[in-house]
Design a protein around this ligand. Structure first.
Ligand code: ADP
Ligand code: MG
Length: 698
């Protein structure tokens, strides 16, 4: 049989070793199968031939049939061009090439029938078509005059003649060699029940569709399949986890929780906090191991929910831990939690990379003996030397900084995995959450504590600093504090740090009467903490920083967030940063400072920020502007597979449909025994093998 799965691409007619190397390197295409699964990104209708006398100035792509009358070479150096005068008897157009003239002259002959395809433009009274596609007219039959596929290729590929058209030819060769149907990748009953076309038909029509209808069916089948296996993987994985582990059953609500609730809680819980605590309590009492994602906008009070859930673990005789992505944040959690628990006889300790020597050993032994009830820290908690006596519950704050693998490490901290609560302020749209975290249950805090005034967001150009500084002075005089944030990106780190230093100097010069703190990633943790503490305690009025302060820090008295070079930040990052203010009772401001020249996309980002404070709305907009692949942290969070054809935003209806089908399949065949499903489980096994993220967990 024709083994398209493994057969090296170099053996395909028209490829050879050199082109194969290019395909390997540029597109990661190694086998015939890889090529077959390299899908077009768009299609153009080539079902109609035009006459030259019909052409007007604003037509899209058209095709003509005729002959080249003569060639003409023109211009010098970079203005050099090749012109072919082309006619179909109803008029003349100029075909123009700016590169590859030699190749064209060798390849195409005058007085030969060609079909040409391109976009006509008017130049004076003449019609030009630059870099048209040209095919010999006899090769071009009505059979391939349907929708023409377009493939992405790189510059390097184009230079060696591997443009979209060349890829199309290779694929057409390959499809011509497939004489028998390819092995199916979905079970028959799923294909039948969902009226899907066969795999072979789908692959044929995704590349060379005869009609728009055929293309639509092919796309549906392939998207269906792709999303189906993503969901099957997630749901199956959930099931495996449930079968393998049973959870600690926390069925007591005891003194710690009750005393805290009655005596220590300084305010009333919001309705959303109450609801989420109840969800967590039920989950941890069910005998199942909890894996829950807690989403809540910045400032919605997630820490308190985490703390009260930890008290439940303590009431049931277990230890709890909480892991934060930065030392600053771990510190802050440690301090606020210790403060809130005062008088409760609960021992809370902090463990970070900068706690060393004797102190570290003391903590490690306290964790081991169980004298320490709650351990708060950074990823230092994951180290093998950290051994708990009886860990029952782990909280991970700001999930997008941690990978799936790290979550898995936490699971191993007890013979049976502890309950896990993952908290994030990066609101993830539902459809995406389903795909990314399908193995997590989701709780949402959709209500802010009362008395918060919505933050006012203002866009300002950077030549308008005078008025900005005036406003800031007013705020500080009224007793508030101010953040100035500068971008910091690895690639431009030196420049960025210089900008920050310059900004710091300017601010110091401008506000000699105030104290200014400065924090960036290159400082030692101890220095950073010291500076941060000065700001938290109100000793400094202004904090100049890079995005190290992005997540979590809480200074209720800070009411102004100035984001410099705001054009360089993504939407979710801007929203995170803005969330650092608006935590007290005062009116807060976020000022986005940009240059004058802004791209359209940047303008949109800024507009959205000015218009709304709603994190979910922002996340949806972000997804639309950037696409899910780009969404911050999705790489580490373990998207099941990279998607070749489906789009999580656009195809969310299919996603929901296939999720239900996947759920039923698992329910009907829990032990993978039904022979008619063999194909399906085999496919899943293959897909998992190619995905390290998932295998690292089980
Ligand atoms: P985030 O969800 O961003 O982690 P935090 O947990 O840091 O938010 O909470 C932000 C602030 O709101 C904290 O100062 C916290 O004490 C306060 N807070 C939390 N819950 C309530 C509540 N129910 N009522 C009033 N203030 C609250
Ligand atoms: Mg927080």
């Amino acid at each position: 049989m024709f083994d398209f799965e493994k057969r090296d691409i170099k053996y395909l007619t028209g490829v050879g070793p050199q082109r194969a190397a290019t395909l390997n390197k540029e597109l990661a295409i190694f086998t015939l199968k890889d090529l077959l699964y390299y899908f077009p990104y768009k299609y153009i209708d080539r079902s109609r031939l035009y006459y030259i006398h019909e052409i007007d100035g604003n037509m899209p792509y058209i095709q003509l049939r005729g002959q080249i009358l003569s060639f003409e070479e023109n211009g010098e150096g970079y203005r050099r061009r090749l012109i072919a005068h082309f006619s179909d008897g109803t008029g003349v157009v100029d075909l123009i090439w700016f590169q590859g003239q030699k190749f064209i002259l060798n390849k195409y002959k005058v007085r030969t029938n060609y079909i040409i395809f391109g976009k006509p433009t008017y130049f004076g009274s003449r019609i030009n078509i630059a870099h048209p596609d040209i095919d010999p007219a006899e090769e071009f039959t009505s059979a391939n005059m349907g929708l023409q596929p377009y493939y992405n290729t790189t510059d390097k590929m184009k230079r060696s003649g591997l443009n979209s058209h060349a890829i199309e030819k290779l694929i057409s060769n390959l499809l011509g060699q497939i004489k028998q149907p390819l092995p199916e990748t979905l079970p028959t009953h799923i294909i039948e029940q969902n009226h899907l076309v066969s795999l072979t038909e789908a692959l044929q029509n995704i590349h060379l569709p005869k009609t728009p209808e055929a293309l639509r069916k092919a796309q549906y089948r392939l998207k269906f399949e792709e999303l189906f296996y993503v969901q099957l993987n997630i749901l199956r994985y959930m099931k495996e986890r449930q079968q393998r582990y049973c959870g600690f059953r926390f069925n007591r609500v005891g003194d710690f929780f009750n005393t805290f609730y009655k005596k220590n809680l300084p305010f009333e819980l919001t309705g959303a906090q109450k609801r989420v605590i109840k969800e967590i309590r039920q989950d941890m009492g069910s005998g199942r191991q909890m894996n829950r994602l807690l989403q809540g906008d910045v400032g919605s009070g997630k820490t308190l929910v985490a703390l009260m859930s930890m008290l439940l673990a303590l009431d049931n005789g277990y230890q709890a831990c909480m892991m934060a992505p930065t030392e600053i944040l771990a510190n802050q959690h440690y301090e606020s939690i210790s403060r809130m628990l005062s008088g409760l006889y609960i021992r809370v300790e902090l463990l970070t990379g900068s706690i060393k020597g004797k102190r570290r050993n003391e903590i490690l032994s306290g964790v081991l003996t169980g004298e320490i009830h709650i351990l708060i820290g950074t990823h230092a908690l994951l180290e093998d030397t950290v051994v708990f006596s009886k860990l029952g519950f782990a909280v991970i704050d700001e999930q997008h900084r941690f990978g799936v693998a790290q979550r898995a490490k936490l699971w191993k901290k007890n013979v049976s995995p502890p309950h896990v609560l993952v908290m994030t302020a990066t609101p993830i749209p539902r459809t995406l959450a389903m795909t990314l975290y399908g193995d997590l249950d989701v709780s949402i805090i959709d209500e802010l504590p009362p008395g918060r005034k919505p933050i006012r967001t203002i866009h300002q150009y950077d030549n308008n600093r005078k008025s900005l500084y005036l406003d800031i002075n007013k705020q500080i005089q009224a007793g508030r504090q101010v953040y100035f944030v500068y971008p910091l990106i690895k690639e431009s780190e030196k420049m960025d740090l210089k900008n920050l230093e310059d900004g710091y100097q300017t601010i110091c010069n401008h506000f000699p009467q105030y104290q200014v703190s400065k924090i960036h990633g290159q400082m030692k943790p101890a220095e950073k903490d010291c500076e941060m503490l000065r700001f938290v305690n109100g000793e400094t009025q202004i904090l100049v920083a890079t995005t190290v302060i992005e997540v979590g820090v809480n200074v209720p008295n800070a009411s102004v967030m100035v984001i410099e070079n705001a054009e360089r930040f993504g939407l979710s990052q801007l929203h995170q940063l803005r969330g650092r203010v608006g935590r007290g009772a005062e009116q807060s401001y976020c000022i986005l400072v940009t240059g004058f020249k802004l791209s359209e996309e940047t303008q949109k980002r800024i507009e959205i920020m000015v218009q709304t404070n709603d994190g979910f709305e922002i996340a949806e907009a972000d997804l639309k502007l950037r696409g899910p692949g780009d969404l911050e942290g999705t790489q580490q969070s373990g998207v099941a597979f990279d998607l070749k054809i489906a789009n999580i935003t656009r195809d969310s209806q299919i996603l929901q449909h296939v999720r239900e089908i996947a759920r039923q399949e698992i329910e009907n065949d829990p032990n993978l025994e039904n022979p008619q499903n063999a194909i399906m489980w085999e496919q899943l096994r293959i897909l998992r093998k190619h995905n390290v993220n998932w295998s690292s967990i089980s």
